[in-house]
Design a protein around this ligand. Structure first.
Ligand code: ZN
Length: 156
């Protein structure tokens, strides 16, 4: 018996916790995917639009089923795939807010209009995550693709 023969061959296998193997992303791939997402393009090919254009009665940030160029299926799993976009949305929208707020204070110093900053800031903190939500959905898709590269069956 070898030193590595510590598990019996008929033991049940560990269930898989992800559908796709994880990949160690390169910085180039990460930047390319995020840049495509910020242009609201398919992170996989950079061609097709991810979001449907909004009109009354359509959910805000509604996503096409597939990329019109490479046929990549945007909703990568069946149950609430874009729920993770909520986290990306809050993180990026509030980061955007914080950077803009500090930049405004630095540029206006020492005559900072504190009352306007207070009320404007409060309004921006509420409005930004709402307005930013569609972008965050595409960013979420891009980040997911960076760590879980698309599989051939996702283009069929
Ligand atoms: Zn595409």
């Amino acid at each position: 018996m070898s030193a590595h023969d510590w598990s019996s061959s008929d033991a049940p296998r560990e269930p898989r916790t992800t559908e796709t193997a994880l990949a160690m992303p390169s910085l180039g791939r990460l930047l390319r995917m995020v840049f495509r997402a910020l242009r609201l393009r398919c992170p996989e090919c950079g061609g097709g639009s991810v979001l449907k254009s909004w009109r009354p009665g359509r959910p805000w940030g509604d996503v096409h089923t597939r990329c019109a160029v490479c046929n990549f299926r945007f909703e990568r799993s069946d149950d609430r795939y874009f729920a993770g976009a909520m986290l990306v949305n809050l993180l990026t929208a509030e980061l955007l807010f914080a950077v803009s707020f500090v930049t405004a204070i630095i540029l206006l110093w020492p005559d900072v209009p504190w009352d306007a900053m207070t009320y404007g800031g409060a309004a921006a903190m509420v409005l930004l995550p709402v307005l930013w939500y569609p972008v965050a959905r595409v960013l979420w898709l891009a980040l997911d693709l960076v760590f879980r590269p698309a599989q051939p069956e996702e283009f069929r």
